[in-house]
Structure formats: structure tokens, C-alpha cells
Design a protein around this ligand. Structure first.
Ligand SMILES: *[C@@H]1O[C@H](CO)[C@@H](O)[C@H](O)[C@H]1NC(C)=O
Ligand SMILES: *[C@@H]1O[C@H](CO)[C@@H](O)[C@H](O)[C@H]1NC(C)=O
Ligand SMILES: *[C@@H]1O[C@H](CO)[C@@H](O)[C@H](O)[C@H]1NC(C)=O
Length: 304
């Protein structure tokens, strides 16, 4: 079974914005929903120790049923990375022959709770375009693995030239994934598709515009999740557009009608409009179609 997600998604998103108002609460089709529930499993797998420490050729797998559909594809790890830096960059590259896709997935940090207490969030020049400033921590995390990751991606793409390229992650992993996708699109892989679940803001308006214009960005938020509210707008950070805003409660099966597609880098009708970031809202951070970070273990004690 080949998921024709790229074709179907682009066709559908064009239709969505011109759809009659009767469809306003059904921005997402059941086919898209199916895709989203599939791709989040690759992000979830990045939390599994056995995946981010895998050897070449291991199958992607998750404990406790966090990625059953991915396991069913028989996807194989091409390269895994972890403990490479103090900035906690970890993840894997996998090859999914069933769907003919190469996946680059980043693990969210074990320290998301500590991260949201940070007040600095300095910028750095990403060099991706004029005036394009990225959040320093996420950009550094990507830079630390960029050379090996891009060179292995290049080799894999050359060996499988018909395969699509997907970059994904949840939480801080989604922040890194967003910048990695932007960089890879600008360096030989223009059609990368990004699935970013619960991403923080990572860019100033110039960089967010640049990434938005690259297209193929599926950025998800969930009700009052505090992580996508940071760094604050007041610090000059904005999001990549559009926002796929999941409006249903924690631990409940998400239906297509629960997702609103919001255009814009600041959406007050979306996650941004649900109040100031609060630690008590953290449960919403875990639930993106499933318990997206459920596979994380206790291997990194200093990160908790
Ligand atoms: C990362 O480092 C910690 C502490 O040294 C160690 O316990 C853990 O096994 C390492 N993880 C990997 C994937 O190498
Ligand atoms: C990967 O390939 C692209 C062109 O397809 C090139 O621009 C880029 O420098 C290559 N990266 C590495 C690390 O080899
Ligand atoms: C949701 O599930 C998680 C993990 O099983 C659990 O810790 C949490 O209490 C649940 N929350 C609600 C609102 O049921």
C-alpha cells in the first residue's frame, strides 16, 4: 500500500481554503487525518531508545504500541544519532520501502519542562536567507548533526531517487525538524515535507516567511499546549504557517472535525489564543493523535 500523501494533501489543501462555508469546521479530510495519525508515529518512534540508538538495518519499532502502523511498513533505520552533543540532538534516518519515503526524525528533549522555564531564547543568524534569525538552541542542535545527517540523506536519496523525503519531530524535536527541513530544502532537497507536532516558535518573521513560502509544512498544535506558545511573540518569534489546530481534549481519539487549519504566523483563534503558557497545561503537550512522547524512557537522567 502506497500512501499518496503528497499528492492528496496538496490537492486537498488547495480545496480547503476555497471550500464553501458549510465545510468550515471540516478543514481536514479523513484521508488527511489518516496521514497525520500515521506520520506522528515516526515522530513518536524518535523517543524510543532502541530507535535513536539503532544499528543500520534495524527495523523501526516502539514499545507499548506507539507506532504499530510504522512497524507494519517494515521501515529500516539507516542512521541513528544520540548523545552527540550537550544540546541533546537525537533521532534517526529511516527508509520506508512500503511508502517509498526516507524519514528524518528528531527526538524531543527530555527536558521540555525545564526548557519552557528558560527566559532567554537568543537568536542567531541562520544564514538561510537575508535577516533570517533562528532560535539559537534549536539551530545549534541541528548544526551539530547537519554534516553526517545531510551526507547520509544524500547517499540514501541518490540510491532511492524516487523516494519522498519527510522530516518530523514532536516538541523540541519538532523545533529542530522545522529548521532542518528549511535548511535541507535550500540545499538540494526542495520538496521535503515537514510534520511538526507541538513545535515551539523557532524563527523571526523573515525566517518564518521563508519557511512558510517553501510549502509542505504541517505544523500541529493541541488546545492549550504551552510549548508552541514559546518563545513569546513579545520576543519577536512567530510560527510557520499554517497551523493544524487540534481542538479535542487530551487522551481522546482525534476526528477530522477536531482539526482547524489556520493560516498565518500568529493565530489568535488557535493555540496562541488560549492564554499565557502554563505548566499546568502540560498534559496537552503529550497528546497529538496519540501519546506522542510515550516511548521515552529514563536513559537520560540529567534531562528530566
Ligand atoms: C547517553 O549518555 C548517558 C550518560 O552517560 C548514558 O547513560 C546513555 O546510555 C547514553 N545514551 C546513548 C544512546 O548512548
Ligand atoms: C547534498 O546534496 C546537495 C545537492 O543535491 C548539496 O547541495 C549538498 O551540499 C549535499 N550535502 C552533503 C553534506 O553532501
Ligand atoms: C491521559 O493519559 C496519560 C497517560 O496514560 C495519563 O497520565 C493522564 O492522566 C491521562 N489524562 C486524562 C485527562 O485522562
Amino acid at each position: 500500500m502506497r500512501l499518496i500523501f503528497l499528492l492528496s494533501l496538496s490537492a486537498i489543501s488547495t480545496a480547503v481554503y476555497s471550500a464553501p462555508s458549510i465545510l468550515q469546521n471540516r478543514d481536514v479530510s479523513s484521508d488527511e487525518l489518516y496521514q497525520f495519525k500515521f506520520w506522528v508515529q515516526y515522530a513518536a518512534a524518535a523517543y524510543c531508545y532502541d530507535d535513536y540508538t539503532a544499528k543500520f538495518g534495524n527495523s523501526v519499532s516502539c514499545s507499548d504500541d506507539f507506532c504499530p502502523q510504522v512497524e507494519a511498513t517494515g521501515a529500516k533505520i539507516v542512521y541513528a544519532f544520540s548523545n552527540t552533543t550537550s544540546t541533546d540532538t537525537a533521532g534517526y534516518i529511516a527508509r520506508d520501502d512500503t511508502n517509498q519515503v526516507i524519514i528524518l526524525a528528531f527526538r524531543g528533549s527530555y527536558s521540555a519542562r525545564n526548557w519552557i522555564a528558560d527566559i532567554e531564547f537568543p537568536y542567531t543568524d541562520s544564514g538561510l536567507c537575508d535577516g533570517c534569525e533562528a532560535e539559537l538552541g534549536f539551530w545549534s542542535s541541528w548544526i551539530k548533526v547537519r554534516d553526517p545527517v545531510s551526507s547520509i540523506l544524500n547517499k540514501t536519496v541518490n540510491a532511492y531517487p524516487d523516494y519522498e523525503l519527510v522530516v518530523t519531530g514532536h516538541s523540541l524535536g519538532a523545533g529542530i525538524a522545522t529548521l532542518a527541513a528549511a535548511d535541507l530544502r535550500g540545499s538540494g532537497h526542495p520538496s521535503v515535507t515537514l510534520f511538526a507536532f507541538a513545535s515551539p516558535r523557532v524563527a523571526n518573521p523573515a525566517l518564518a516567511d521563508y519557511i512558510t513560502a517553501q510549502k509542505n509544512n504541517y505544523r500541529f498544535t493541541h488546545i492549550n499546549d504551552p510549548v508552541p506558545k514559546l518563545p513569546l511573540l513579545a520576543m519577536g518569534y512567530v510560527h510557520v504557517s499554517p497551523e493544524y489546530y487540534i481542538t479535542s481534549p487530551n487522551n481522546v481519539t482525534v476526528t477530522a472535525g477536531d482539526i482547524e487549519v489556520l493560516e498565518g504566523e500568529v493565530n489568535w483563534e488557535g493555540n496562541t489564543g488560549t492564554g499565557a503558557p502554563s505548566l499546568t497545561d502540560f498534559p496537552a503537550h503529550h497528546w497529538y493523535f496519540e501519546e506522542a512522547d510515550g516511548c521515552k524512557g529514563s536513559e537520560l537522567p540529567w534531562k528530566i
